[in-house]
Design a protein around this ligand. Structure first.
Ligand code: MN
Length: 202
């Protein structure tokens, strides 16, 4: 198995840690259930970074419209580089001139369970991602229940979709990305984070 540090090479190469307040990453395995986090990121184009802990890193997708609680809504999810586990707690402002410059908010977080498979055999999260078909059950503050991540297309045209599974937590009337906009870490809005953390490096 490649070391956790090697897996985050792309993450480190994109960033100048003398300038950005983002974590360098030491990637220790956390104890207990694996975590997920959804970070609202107001970069050049606003999106929600959906990240799940596996094998000492955060596997990541950028979801332009954010997650839905409506099973009929298929949300595009573009894979991005693995992030260090510590990133799950990161909230603040990435300065101008840095990769991903803009406000980052911990929009939701919690733990998750891999529920891929069903007929006795549960592939690992890595296998499921490799296969392009992952089912997870979230236990967050805003999001809960099953979510599917499916890869569609091949090669250059490959993309992923994030879709709410039709279970008890599904709710077509909820629209948490527009009605539940505060941070689950600090209670702050995007503009409060920008105002308070804008000029500091931590
Ligand atoms: Mn992002």
């Amino acid at each position: 198995m490649a070391s956790d540090r090697d897996e985050q090479k792309e993450y480190r190469e994109k960033r100048d840690f003398r300038k950005t307040p983002e974590p360098k990453g030491r990637s220790r395995r956390s104890s207990g259930a694996p975590v997920f986090v959804v970070q609202r990121h107001d970069a050049s184009t606003e999106h929600y970074d959906f990240r799940i802990e596996t094998e000492g890193v955060l596997k990541s997708w950028a979801v332009p419209k954010g997650p839905s609680t409506d099973p009929r809504e298929k949300r595009l999810a573009v894979p991005t580089e693995d992030h260090p586990l510590e990133y799950a707690d990161f909230e603040g402002v990435i300065p101008e001139g840095c990769y991903g410059a803009g406000v980052v908010q911990v929009w939701d977080r919690g733990t998750y369970r891999n529920i891929t498979g069903g007929n006795g055999e549960t592939p690992s999260v890595e296998e499921a991602v490799e296969d392009g078909h992952l089912l997870i059950e979230l236990d967050g503050e805003k999001l809960s229940g099953g979510y599917a991540l499916h890869r569609t297309g091949t090669g250059e045209d490959a993309n992923w979709l994030l879709v709410k599974m039709d279970d008890e937590a599904a709710d077509a009337r909820r629209n948490p990305v527009s009605t539940e906009q505060r941070s689950v870490k600090s209670g702050r809005t995007m503009s409060e984070i920008e105002r308070e953390d804008g000029d500091s490096k931590s």
